[in-house]
Design a protein around this ligand. Structure first.
Ligand code: S3P
Ligand code: PEP
Length: 430
């Protein structure tokens, strides 16, 4: 396991960067391009480990996928051209690959075995397996079919009307993708809208999909056709530098070409709520996704309460928001975020443990955390626990400490942001 000593001499961030492509959109582009007939070209693809797992999964089903840096070319004969993989499919660390792929495989006339790393093997798969079983899928696995490794015996599925009990775009997407392979209309009605990249991109590939408020209807058996996808910068990756600039004296940065899909921009709302000086300039829309530049300046943040419908819009940004809250005036409370317990780590526990080690006053609750502000953080020995977002939160925290921070197990950052340290060095070298 590799480690890094974080002891930056200059702690002011200035300049303009772009961040790598959006992880959610990159996964979907590979999946839908593989299900579509013809050629799909993906540009600004995120070559992070999670998205590479998605590429390998479809290559193992016979799809021609060629990647050169951040450009991916897919040639597929469509759903009917997919083959039964000879070997079990390795999902690595990726929850998104797991939940969406299980939805697709359930409707294909083959047998599949899926497994993942230690973290993914602890994450619940019954949340997707259960609605798929209602559609007729045969899915089994460890702990009564709840955990990986999982076996899917794909076949004929019937459409369903599904009201997810959990706020999860992965579950919504997995059911919609299974619905795509049925003969009728599948409806997913969410209580709170979650990220809608599946809906937007399926439309671009020619699916028959209809969205009204928080209800999505997909009519199955519609042929998808390959298309070109340009992936916007990932706002979840940008969030680390937006917060870093907000809390380090003299900083002023712009992140260009960031995805501004409204289901993902909760971090901008939180930064505004917390009094951070931030400016957003939307520039254009590509494939139903809006893109723009975000400028942030060093600010004196103030505490807030974060709860309710905003949570799915910031779910992956909460670790770095917790760090921001340690620098705010007052006490910040985060509620309704029990889903954090089912990520790469239990992110309530890992954020609380890590920030406490660095001197924060932070308490975990069943569905969130309470964070005292105006805290002087100090150095220490930390670990990512194999969770990329915890690793990046620690790196940003080290900009606030006089002493060095040791970060053990830093390589997991490549799961979503392989060039994170290069971009950080660039911003502090200006
Ligand atoms: O659909 C997606 O691409 C994702 C959905 C979210 O997970 P949940 O659906 O479990 O909330 C998010 O945490 C994950 O990083 C990506
Ligand atoms: C939760 C995440 O991803 P996944 O669920 O795809 O592993 C994440 O990227 O923070």
């Amino acid at each position: 396991m590799s480690q890094k000593v974080l002891a930056f001499e200059k702690k002011t961030l200035t300049g303009n960067i772009t961040v790598p492509g959006d992880k959610s959109i990159s996964h979907r582009a590979v999946m839908f391009g593989s299900l579509a007939e013809g050629t799909t070209k993906i540009t600004n693809f995120l070559a992070g480990e999670d998205c590479l797992s998605t590429i390998e999964a479809f290559q193992s089903m016979g799809v021609f996928i060629q990647r050169e840096e951040n450009t991916v070319l897919i040639e597929s004969e469509g759903v009917n051209g997919l083959e039964e993989p000879v070997q079990p499919i390795d999902l690595g660390n990726s929850g998104t690959t797991a939940r969406l792929l299980i939805g697709i495989l359930a409707g294909l006339p083959y047998h599949f075995t899926l497994y993942g790393d230690d973290s993914l093997s602890k994450r619940p798969m019954d949340r997707i397996a259960n609605p798929l079983r209602e559609m007729g899928a045969k899915i089994d696995g460890r702990e009564n079919g709840r955990l990986l490794p999982i076996a899917v015996r794909g076949g004929h599925l019937s459409p369903i009307d599904f009201k997810p009990p959990i706020k999860s775009a992965q579950i919504k997407s997995g059911v919609l993708l299974a619905g795509l392979l049925t003969d009728g209309v599948t409806t997913v009605e969410e209580k709170t809208k979650t990220r809608d990249h599946t809906e937007n991109m399926l439309q671009a590939f020619g699916a028959d999909i209809d969205v009204e408020g928080t209800t999505v209807k997909i009519t199955g058996n519609k042929k998808l056709t390959g298309c070109d996808i340009e992936v916007p910068g990932d706002i979840s990756s940008a969030a680390f530098f937006l917060v870093a600039a907000a809390i380090t004296k003299g900083s002023h940065i712009t992140i260009e070409n960031v995805g501004l899909n409204p289901t993902r921009t909760g971090i901008i709302d939180v930064l505004k709520m917390m009094n951070v000086s931030i400016k957003v300039v939307a520039k254009r829309t590509i494939g139903g996704e809006s893109i723009g530049d975000i400028t942030v300046q060093a600010s004196q943040p103030k505490a807030t309460v974060i709860e309710g419908d905003i949570i799915p819009r910031i779910i992956d940004e909460i670790p770095v928001i917790a760090l921001l809250a340690t620098q705010a005036t007052g006490q910040t409370v985060i509620k309704d975020a029990e889903e954090l317990r089912f990520k790469e780590t239990d992110r309530i526990e890992s954020v609380v443990n890590t920030l406490s080690k660095l001197g924060a006053t932070i308490t975990g609750t069943k569905d969130g955390m309470i964070i005292e502000g105006n805290t002087q953080l100090h150095g220490g020995v930390t670990e990512s626990y194999g969770d990329h977002r915890i690793g990046m939160m620690i790196a940003v925290a080290s900009l606030l400490t006089d002493e060095k921070v040791e970060l053990h197990d830093d390589e997991c950052i490549a799961i979503s942001y392989p060039t994170f340290f290069e971009d950080l060095h660039y911003l502090i070298s200006n």
